[in-house]
Design a protein around this ligand. Structure first.
Ligand code: B3K
Ligand code: ZN
Length: 878
């Protein structure tokens, strides 16, 4: 039975109490049979010396078929213990004892993919946050840490590879063609980091020597036949190991570091101690099947899971409200790794693009929650952009406020104090505060309040006094459960540009980066005065996106063009363009609503031309000429009309394409590949800009440019260029799109991850008839509702197709709701993630709202609806 809504009691941070019992040693024996797995667990349990009283022992369990329970070897009878609603309790137990339970579980029927489950030819686990209780009875909370020894038995021919955390300490044959392997993990860990695997897998092996000279055995396990797609992940692993030594002085503590790739996985990857389990999407790559973005994502996810070994595993979370302690910090670390190994400026731009497309809407919608939530129904719903990406921004602000050196001292102090412990976000901030001598008290609203703060800026130049006064105000709209907000401490990095485009601020010895000053905005309104300013400046505000806020400032088009052309801060050069495009699209939407044609000023063309023909890095130019996405633009509007928004945004793209056709065509030619594919940063940037040129040229809706795309599609020696051409064709009217889609499927049908791209490009297309297409694809033989990657590529992509999902007839809403209902019976976690497509339904007109509400209500009424989907839908309807 899955969890139902019969008991929707929220869990609250303020109710935290330490566990009355601890478990310090775990022996697991997992015997995998055809119909079931038999799990025998032997736990050394003791009363927590820090907790008074004689509470009963309570263990968590879900979908367990209990065979026996023994305390210190004595078999308990029915009345000696109670099993109900996911818990097993024993009233009277000694101070210290051995608890042995035996349960049967059914991994082959585990479609939730939480706990131990079957995927094709193997068995895999996912225990974070609460999957371990689906394997055995346990105190399933992260502040209970134990040492583990695990023995796995299985059929030898079918499952030759048997893995668990730690080190292999024994293996051998057993009767009936079976075998076993025994693993011991020397590190204490919370049970959410437990992992085991049994399967038929190929392995790529390598070695790594740490800075202090220890040797670590590395291994990547993949489905047979995929060994030639592992090299990039292995290189990424070694790169991240080196980087963490150099940047944070953190070495790998393990003898064995294993990564196992699995095709059925709810999330991206999981940092289990010494035995990471990964979605194949973040392991497998080869130039002909993976794009540049895939390669870079693999770098980032491999690094992310590796970095968790310190931020998450060595120091873990006290409770799940502290999730951002490990996730925000680890995202920050993988972002920094990405910036150091690729291009820092484009990395930052992409982070902010992602934040605005996903986190800002979340922060303004029904599921809004603080970086440290204070309550939840289903913790799986809180692995969010807020906890991860906004959490990373919060860590980044800490570094911006105290500087990189003090931040490093803070990290050192954090590990010195808390290695081996389960701690809170406050502990992290306290280490930073103590290392830097900085008062973070006023900063803590970033952890406790939901919503994106709004900062408005107003400048005044006084030519007589030669000074510039910048007045900043802050506010934050109410969020669910938080009507009044307190002020934030907001680091606002500011530069001033003179009429010549040069920075006007010059520092003193105390300020090593003279061009930029980090202002600390603390009050609802504050004025900062800059002295010795010779001419009225154009302010460059929030450089490098120094805080995750919405910044409002009445820039003229001329000022934005000035910033776009001259700002020494690359992020703000990009940002000025985004502001300009946003202003124009909003004005165009307003015009369309009045029945008038949009107006596109020549100045935007000039500004874009300067960027396109300028000497900037191609990767940066590509970013600078990419318009803000529809969801991002929608957040800037009161009532969203997705049709007009689409029309306006496309109108601007076509205006640029017309005005810059010759330049786009020239650059497309000039950027043609000069040699074989490589993932070098410059080459990635070259392809990004060239493919952007191709997309702009195809905004002109001309046969000759479609032929250019088709030629690129046919001749590309890599997936980046081939897929970019396919995406262009799949968004262009005419028969070329479907012809290319057919050819693509024909060629790549055996590569699962490429088929995912094929689904996604159809689901995201702007062409009419999307709903019918996506509906039809749900019965395609390659589609499977039980495989999360398929659901994400087809259904979630459709849910993010702004114009078609929010179609005025409500068809998109009804379709998605029906899919969510079907999926919920199999995999509530993934179903709940799909349901988030409805988050912003109240932002649309009354007719759309009516359809969305009806679709949400149809889910809300469902018998046996999971707690996961219930929480999302219920909050959306409130
Ligand atoms: N820590 C895992 C997330 C597991 C989530 C389960 N619903 C992945 C990561 O952030 O590295
Ligand atoms: Zn993580």
């Amino acid at each position: 039975m899955q969890d139902t809504t019969s008991d929707p009691t929220p869990v609250r941070l303020e109710d935290y109490t330490p566990p009355p019992f601890l478990i310090d040693d775990v022996r697991l024996d997992v015997d995998i049979r055809a119909e079931y797995a038999l799990v025998t667990s032997t736990l050394r349990v003791l009363r927590n010396p820090l907790v008074q009283g004689s509470a009963a022992l309570e263990l968590d369990g879900e979908d367990l078929d209990t065979q026996s329970v023994r305390v210190d070897g004595r078999l308990l009878q029915d009345g000696d213990y109670h099993v109900e609603a996911g818990s097993l309790s024993i009233n009277v137990v000694p101070e210290r004892f051995t608890l042995e339970t035996q349960v049967r579980i059914r991994p082959d029927q585990n479609t939730q993919l939480s706990g131990l489950y079957r995927s094709r030819d193997g068995y895999f686990t996912q225990c974070e946050p609460q999957g371990f209780r689906r394997i055995t009875w346990f105190i399933d909370r992260p502040d209970v840490m134990a040492r583990y020894a695990v023995t796995i038995h299985a059929d030898k021919a079918a499952f030759p590879v048997l893995l668990a955390n730690g080190n292999p300490v024994g293996a051998g044959d057993e009767p009936d063609g079976r075998h076993y392997a025994r693993w011991e993990d020397p590190f204490r860990k919370p049970c959410y980091l437990f992992a085991m695997v049994a399967g038929k897998l190929d392995v790529l092996r390598d070695r790594y020597r740490t800075a202090s000279g220890r040797e670590v055995q590395l291994a990547i396990y993949v489905e047979p036949g995929k060994l030639d797609q592992c090299a990039h992940a292995m290189a990424a692993l070694k790169k991240s190991m080196r980087w963490d030594e150099q940047r944070f002085g953190l070495e790998c503590d393990l003898d064995h570091y294993m990564i196992v790739a699995v095709g059925d996985f709810n999330m991206g990857a999981m940092e289990n101690k010494g035995l990471n389990i990964f979605n194949t999407k973040y392991v497998l790559a080869r130039a002909d099947v993976a794009t540049d973005v895939d390669f870079e994502n693999i770098d980032r996810v491999v690094a992310h899971e590796y970095f968790h070994n310190w931020t998450g595993n060595r120091v873990t979370c006290r409770d799940w409200f502290q999730l951002s302690l490990k996730e925000g910090l680890t995202v920050f670390r993988d972002q920094e790794f990405g910036a150091d190994t690729h291009s820092r400026e484009t990395a930052r731009i992409r982070e902010v693009r992602g934040l605005r497309a996903a986190q800002f809407p979340e922060d303004a919608g029904p599921m809004a929650h603080p970086v440290r939530p204070s309550t939840y129904l289903e913790i799986n719903n809180f692995y969010t952009a807020t906890v991860y990406e906004k959490g990373a921004e919060v860590v980044r602000m800490i570094q911006t406020l105290i500087g990189r050196e003090a931040f490093r001292r803070g990290m050192d102090l954090y590990f010195a104090r808390h290695d081996g412990q389960a701690v809170t976000c406050d502990d992290f901030v306290a280490a930073m505060a103590d290392a830097a001598g900085f008062d973070f008290e006023p900063f803590m609203t970033w952890y406790s309040q939901a919503g994106t703060p709004k900062v408005t800026a107003r400048g005044e130049y006084d030519s007589r006094k030669r000074c510039y006064a910048l007045t900043l105000t802050q506010s934050c709209a109410p969020s669910p459960g938080q009507s009044e907000k307190e002020s934030y401490l907001i680091p606002v990095a500011v530069g001033l540009l003179g009429p010549d485009g040069k920075d006007m601020l010059f520092g003193n010895e105390a300020d090593p980066e003279p061009k930029t000053r980090v202002l600390q905005l603390l009050e609802p309104e504050q004025t900062f005065v800059f002295e010795n300013i010779d001419a009225p400046p154009v302010p460059s505000l929030l450089r490098n996106f120094s805080a995750p806020v919405v910044l409002e400032c009445d820039y003229t088009i001329a000022e934005l063009a000035h910033l776009m052309a001259h700002d020494s801060d690359p992020f703000n050069r990009w940002e000025a363009g985004q502001r300009l495009y946003g202003q124009l699209v909003r004005a165009a939407v307003a015009n369309l609503a009045r029945g008038q044609a949009p107006e596109w000023p020549m100045s935007v063309l000039d500004a874009a031309r300067k960027v396109l023909v300028g000497s900037g890095e191609p990767a940066f130019i590509a970013e600078a000429l990419t318009l803000p996405s529809e969801p991002t633009l929608a957040e800037q509007m009161e009532v969203v009309d997705p049709e007009r928004l689409y029309e306006a945004r496309t109108g601007l793209a076509r205006f640029l394409a017309h005005g810059l056709e010759a330049e786009f065509a020239r650059r497309y030619e000039a950027l043609a590949p000069a040699g074989p594919y490589s993932t070098e940063t410059e080459e990635v940037g070259r392809r990004a800009l060239r493919n952007l040129c191709l997309a702009y040229l195809n905004e002109l809706d001309r046969q000759d440019y479609r032929s250019v795309a088709r030629r690129q599609f046919d001749s590309a020696d890599n997936m980046t260029d081939q897929f970019a051409a396919l995406a262009v064709l799949a968004n262009a009217p005419g028969p070329e799109g479907d012809a290319a889609l057919d050819a693509f499927y024909e060629r790549w049908q055996a590569e699962d991850l490429v088929v995912d791209k094929w689904f996604a490009v159809q689901a995201s297309s702007r062409l009419p008839g999307r709903l019918e297409r996506v509906e039809r694809l749900t019965s395609h033989p390659a589609f499977d509702l039980r495989t999360p990657n398929k659901v994400y590529s087809l259904l979630r992509t459709f849910g993010a197709n702004h114009r078609h999902f929010h179609s005025a007839d409500g068809g998109g809403y009804r379709f998605l709701a029906s899919q969510i209902a079907r999926l919920d019976a199999m995999n509530p976690q993934v179903a709940a993630r799909l349901a988030r497509a409805f988050d912003r339904w109240r932002r649309f007109d009354a007719v759309r709202q009516g359809h969305a509400k009806a679709a949400l209500e149809s889910l809300h009424r469902l018998e046996g609806l999971s707690r996961d989907v219930f929480e999302v839908v219920d909050k959306a309807l409130r």
